[in-house]
Design a protein around this ligand. Sequence first.
Ligand SMILES: C[S@@+](CC[C@H](N)C(=O)[O-])C[C@H]1O[C@@H](n2cnc3c(N)ncnc32)[C@H](O)[C@@H]1O
Length: 246
Amino acid sequence: MEGYEPVMSFDAANAEVYDDLAQRGDEAATVAFLAELAAGGPALELAIGTGRIALPLAATGVRVDGIDFSAPMVAKLRAKPGGGAIDVTMGDFADVAVDGTYALIYIVFNSFFNLLSQDDQIRCFENVASHLGDGGSFVMEGGCTLAFIDRMRGGQYVEAEGIAIDTVRFDLLRLDPSTQMLYENHVHVARDGVTFNPVVQRYAWPSELDLMAKLAGLRLQERWGGWNRQAFTANSDNVVSVYRRC
Ligand SMILES: C[S@@+](CC[C@H](N)C(=O)[O-])C[C@H]1O[C@@H](n2cnc3c(N)ncnc32)[C@H](O)[C@@H]1O
């Protein structure tokens, strides 16, 4: 997608509608899973966004810091109750420096794949490893699954995300398996015009994530098919991985 920059996906217009579109229904399970692993220690969320997970996790008593590169997304976080108390470092989560170490570092909602090269993804694992305290955990939600691939026909799909009398929202997605790049655009058509939310990601299978983790000195400890610790199987449509230092 020529001219694409990752920050375009999280500009002011997209930040404005993000919370209405991103509620998935598994937020409580996500927070319970993460709070248990933090075990009272501080946590760092990579790609904290509008605080969908960070704010309810902080409400359980865990100190949560964050990293993000989108000022409009972080402004939305700041505007929410408790949002002012979260320490957010603005920068690229692949390599931005943060002070101190954490009992838990986590990234959810496939946000890791917003890093568009394998090198950037490896640098992210290395950055995480250097900020994990003794016994600390790195939790990642994301990774390619057969369920995701099965949604494609000829490596692409179009899905109706919303249909009303005078507005429709649809999602177009195409994979390039030769480069592991995923090109997507959420298109909203209304009487007053059309808006686009383009997203490009570099996807990876869980096995590649494990190898990147190993290069950074981390090792897979647990893998689940969802936040309720469902078994991870060939039919799983989600991947939750927990890494610790080797
Ligand atoms: C899909 S949103 C997820 C936000 C939040 N974690 C959630 O679950 O709702 C992805 C977030 O990642 C941020 N982001 C994407 N790539 C980034 C990068 N390389 N460095 C820092 N933030 C990034 C975006 O600004 C956005 O806030």
